[in-house]
Design a protein around this ligand. Structure first.
Ligand code: NAD
Ligand code: DAU
Length: 345
């Protein structure tokens, strides 16, 4: 089995690539990534010498390059994670989200269609495609799409294209829509790593609006386990929701981080809470996401294995033990790693 994993140098991709490379020595794993600001090969140092791991620097928006790579490798499967993933960046620059998330996905679909022994195109998507909930209710796989940010609109569009290739061309596809991930290697622009980094530097912790928006948090290793399961056991043509059963208001998340960090850094109670700063709300800020993952639970027997309380401790410990990683990504130094390790070799 030859599998192309796109976006394998990003946050979730790092965990998925490591899991597949270590767990399936008989598979050849091709990590295809453009190494944008969000891609960091240092994350994958511990597996880069494994014989079943290959890295290819490639941009999914480059149709010709993608076609020739697919012809050369002849993959049997694609797990597609590469994307522009940050909502605030999509508000600043929507075009890049259309180019990467929509056009890039179509290039991969077209290249996959031309292959002979092709078994599955597994598209990794988000719960944000379903829009925003009020105080009650859950997103199921049947909830109509209602994306409200340029990011979620681009992901919704890519989901539609993936499904359309199943119906129109019989391309074997699977899709999963997951809630908010957190854990090691997340770029410090997203709420949790941003706040951990700011706490360490005693900088303000920006809370959009009143901090009452709710997200359903899932530890990234549980997402990777779900991806492994759906990849191997999910049905072709189906969609699976993945969630953490862990709804929290943003203000609760940040207060929890402060409380744990006060203890770990030997500060008095309430010390880091003083950094909490309410700032202007995100434009079109979705109020609440909550996932019903009954289908994944009943059909494939998946549930999250890590509670938010355990996951957040593990995450904070990882950032504390990897302050060099945090310094490297905040300084931009990490982008030299590819040149040093791959070009000069
Ligand atoms: P990320 O931003 O951390 O990583 C994205 C990766 O894609 C990076 O390695 C980047 O270099 C690569 N990439 C970007 N543009 C590319 C291009 N044109 N060609 C090739 N590679 C490119 O993202 P993430 O948080 O790991 O998310 C991965 C996927 O999971 C995305 O599709 C995202 O929509 C989806 N998702 C994320 C979450 C979450 O909470 N982070 C939740 C649900 C779904
Ligand atoms: O739901 C899945 C999605 O989760 C993924 O598809 C996205 O790729 C991922 O980025 C994430 O989107 P969010 O917008 O929910 O994540 P973010 O970490 O940016 O924000 C989480 C919440 O915290 C959100 O309500 C906005 C708020 N926030 C965020 C930042 C960065 C703040 O209050 N202050 C901040 O500085």
């Amino acid at each position: 089995m030859k599998i192309i994993i796109t976006g394998g140098a990003g946050f979730i991709g790092t965990h998925v690539v490591k899991l597949f490379v270590k767990k399936y020595p008989n598979y050849s794993i091709y990590n295809l990534d453009a190494l944008t600001y969000a891609g960091n090969l240092e994350n994958l140092k511990d597996i880069e010498t494994y014989p079943n791991y290959h890295f290819i620097k490639a941009d999914i928006t480059d149709e010709q390059h993608i076609n020739s790579l697919f012809q050369e490798i002849q993959p049997n499967a694609v797990i597609h994670l590469a994307a522009e993933s940050h909502v605030d960046r999509s508000i600043m620059n929507p075009n890049q989200f259309v180019i990467t998330n929509v056009l890039g996905t179509i290039h991969l679909l077209n290249a996959s269609r031309k292959l002979n022994d092709f078994q599955v195109f597994y598209h990794i998507s988000t719960d944000e495609v379903y829009g925003s909930l009020g105080e009650t209710g859950y997103f199921t796989e049947k909830t109509p799409y209602d994306p409200r940010s340029p990011y979620s609109a681009s992901k919704a569009s890519s989901d539609h294209f993936v499904r359309s290739y199943y119906h129109t061309y019989h391309l074997p596809i699977k899709i999963s829509n997951c809630s908010n991930n957190y854990g090691p290697y997340q770029f410090p622009e997203k709420l949790i790593p941003l706040c951990i980094n700011n706490i360490l530097n005693e900088k303000p912790l920006p809370i959009y609006g009143k901090g009452e928006n709710v997200r359903d948090w899932l530890f990234v290793e549980d997402h990777s386990r779900a991806i492994d399961l759906i990849f191997h056991k999910g049905k072709i043509g189906e969609t699976y929701n993945i969630g953490g059963n862990s709804e929290k208001k943003n203000i609760e998340v940040v207060q929890t981080l402060c409380k744990i960090m006060n203890k770990k850094m030997n500060k008095p109670e309430g010390y880091y809470e003083k950094l909490i700063t309410f700032v202007k709300d995100r434009a079109g800020h979705d109020l609440r996401y909550a996932i019903d993952f009954t289908k994944l639970k009943t059909e494939l027997n998946w549930t999250p294995s890590v509670s938010f309380e355990e996951g957040i401790e593990k995450t904070i410990d990882w950032y504390l033990n990897n302050s060099d990683w945090l310094k490297s990504v905040t300084s931009g130094n990490y982008q030299k790693y590819y040149e040093e390790q791959y070009i000069k070799r």
